[in-house]
Design a protein around this ligand. Structure first.
Ligand SMILES: *Cc1c(COP(=O)(O)O)cnc(C)c1O
Length: 416
C-alpha cells in the first residue's frame, strides 16, 4: 500500500535503532521543507503571505529553525513557546502570541519581544494596557458563534471559549484605536484537521467581509487576516490530500471580489498551520515486545499513549506499518497497545496487519504534529527521544529521551 512507503529502508532504520533505542519520533526534514514550499507556492499570488507555524504542534527549536528558513514565523500560546521561537532565531513580528486566559507575564514577554499580540477577549485590552502596555499593533480573535459550524474535533464556535463576539469585536477595534493602537490584524480559528476546501474558503470569505465592514464602520484598515490553522492531512490510507491549490483559488476569488473591489488591498493573508506542515513528516518508531492472546489479540509495543495521545484522545486513526512487511498480506487482526494502565492506551484497534513477532519494528505514521508534543508523565511514563532525518540521510538527535532523573527533577527527597 502506498501509505506504507517510508522515507527510510529497513536497514537504515535498524542502524538508527542501534544508536537510539526505540521508542522515538523521527522527522523527515526533506518532506517538511517540501510541504512548506508547496504551501507558499499555492499562495504565491498573495503578497506578504506567511504561515505562523503553530509551535504547539511540534515544539522543537530544530524544527522551528527549518521552518524559519522556509519563510515561516511562529504562533505561540505560552511563555516557553515564545522562548523557543526566539531560540530558533525567530524575532519580532515573525512571532505571534495567540493565547487565551493569558497570564500577565506572557503579555509582558511578547511585548518585550515585539511579537504580534492576538487578543482573545475584549477585557484583555485593559488587562494588557495595565500589565504590559499597549503595542502599536494589535490583532483580535473573532468567534462567529452560531453563524458558523466549526467541525467535529474543535466543536461548534458557540460552545468554544475563544475569541470575541461580533459586537465585541467592533467595540474592541474602536477602543484600541482610541487608545492609540495604529495597526490591526483580524484572526479566527474555527476548524481542526479540516479536509473540505469549502469550509476553509468560507472562513476567508467571512474575514474579508468583516474587513470591509470594519473599514466602513470604524475607518480602520486591517493589515492582515489570519485564517488560523486546522488545515487537514490524510491520516487514513484511502483519504486524499487537501487540495491547497483549490483552497487558494477560492480564497483568491473572494479576495478579488471583496477586498480588491472595495479598494482595501493590499491586505495580507496569513495562517497558523501546524499539522499540515509537519504532521505527515513524523513517525513514531516502536518495537513489539509482547504478543498476548485472550479475548482479542494484542501486540504490546514499547511506546505508549504518552508518546502519542491522539488515538486515545480523539479515537484518531494512525496508520501502522510493520517494517520489512510493507507488502506482506494483512492476515491478522490486532489491537496495538502500550503499557499504560488505561484501556484506551491503544495505537490501533482491530487493525488488519501482517503477522507480527515480538522484536518486529512498528512504524506509526503522521506523528509530526500533536504527537510528542502532547506527551505526559502519567503512570511514570517517560517521553521519548526526537530524531531528525536530514536530507543527506544522516540522523540528528534533536531531543533526548527523558530519564528517571528527569521524572524526579521536580522532587526534593531531603525533607522526606
Ligand atoms: C492548534 C492551533 C493551531 C494549529 O492547528 P493545526 O491543526 O496544527 O493546524 C493554530 N492556531 C491556533 C490558535 C491553535 O489553537
Amino acid at each position: 500500500m502506498k501509505k506504507d512507503l517510508l522515507p527510510f529502508t529497513r536497514s537504515e532504520i535498524e542502524k538508527i535503532i542501534k544508536n537510539y533505542p526505540t521508542p522515538f519520533h523521527i522527522y523527515n526534514e526533506k518532506k517538511i521543507r517540501e510541504t512548506a514550499k508547496k504551501l507558499y507556492k499555492s499562495f504565491s499570488w498573495a503578497t506578504g503571505f506567511k504561515n505562523y507555524y503553530a509551535v504547539k504542534a511540534l515544539p522543537n527549536p530544530y524544527i522551528l529553525k527549518i521552518l524559519k528558513e522556509e519563510g515561516m514565523g511562529t504562533d505561540c500560546s505560552s511563555l516557553p513557546e515564545l522562548t523557543l521561537s526566539e531560540k530558533a532565531g525567530i524575532k519580532g513580528e515573525n512571532i505571534m502570541l495567540t493565547s487565551n486566559d493569558t497570564p500577565a507575564k506572557e503579555f509582558q514577554c511578547a511585548l518585550k519581544m515585539g511579537a504580534i499580540i492576538n487578543l482573545d477577549d475584549i477585557t484583555h485590552i485593559e488587562f494588557l494596557e495595565k500589565n504590559a502596555g499597549l503595542p502599536q499593533f494589535l490583532c483580535f480573535r473573532y468567534n462567529p458563534g452560531p453563524l458558523r459550524e466549526g467541525n467535529c474535533i474543535i466543536g461548534s464556535p458557540k460552545e468554544a471559549k475563544y475569541g470575541l463576539t461580533k459586537k465585541q469585536l467592533f467595540t474592541a477595534y474602536r477602543i484600541a484605536k482610541k487608545k492609540g493602537v495604529r495597526r490591526f490584524g483580524l484572526h479566527t480559528m474555527l476548524v481542526s484537521n479540516e479536509m473540505d476546501p469549502g469550509a476553509l474558503i468560507s472562513t476567508a470569505e467571512m474575514l474579508f467581509d468583516l474587513v470591509v465592514e470594519i473599514y466602513k464602520k470604524i475607518g480602520i484598515r486591517i493589515e492582515f487576516v489570519d485564517l488560523g490553522g486546522g488545515y487537514g492531512i490524510p491520516y487514513r490510507p484511502d483519504q486524499a490530500h487537501l487540495n491547497l491549490d483549490c483552497v487558494s483559488a477560492g480564497i483568491k476569488k473572494a479576495y478579488e471580489t471583496k477586498i480588491i473591489k472595495n479598494k482595501l488591498a493590499p491586505l495580507r493573508i496569513v495562517m497558523e498551520c501546524g499539522r499540515l506542515i509537519t504532521g505527515p513528516s513524523g513517525y513514531l518508531v516502536t518495537t513489539a515486545i509482547h504478543e498476548k492472546n485472550i479475548y482479542k489479540n494484542y501486540i504490546g509495543v514499547d511506546a505508549c499513549m504518552a508518546d502519542l495521545m491522539r488515538p486515545a484522545l480523539y479515537g484518531a486513526y494512525h496508520h501502522v506499518t510493520v517494517l520489512g512487511k510493507e507488502f506482506a498480506p494483512k492476515t491478522h487482526k490486532y489491537d496495538v497497545v502500550g503499557s499504560l494502565c488505561e484501556n484506551n492506551d491503544k495505537f490501533a484497534i482491530d487493525r488488519k496487519l501482517p503477522k507480527i513477532q515480538p522484536g518486529d519494528t512498528l512504524v506509526i505514521h503522521d506523528t509530526g504534529a500533536h504527537g510528542h508534543a502532547m506527551g505526559f508523565n502519567y503512570n511514570g511514563k517517560l517521553r521519548s527521544a526526537e530524531l531528525l532525518l536530514r536530507p543527506d540521510k544522516t540522523v540528528s538527535l534533536i531531543r533526548r529521551a527523558e530519564t528517571t532523573q528527569d521524572y524526579f527533577a521536580t522532587l526534593d527527597f531531603f525533607n522526606l
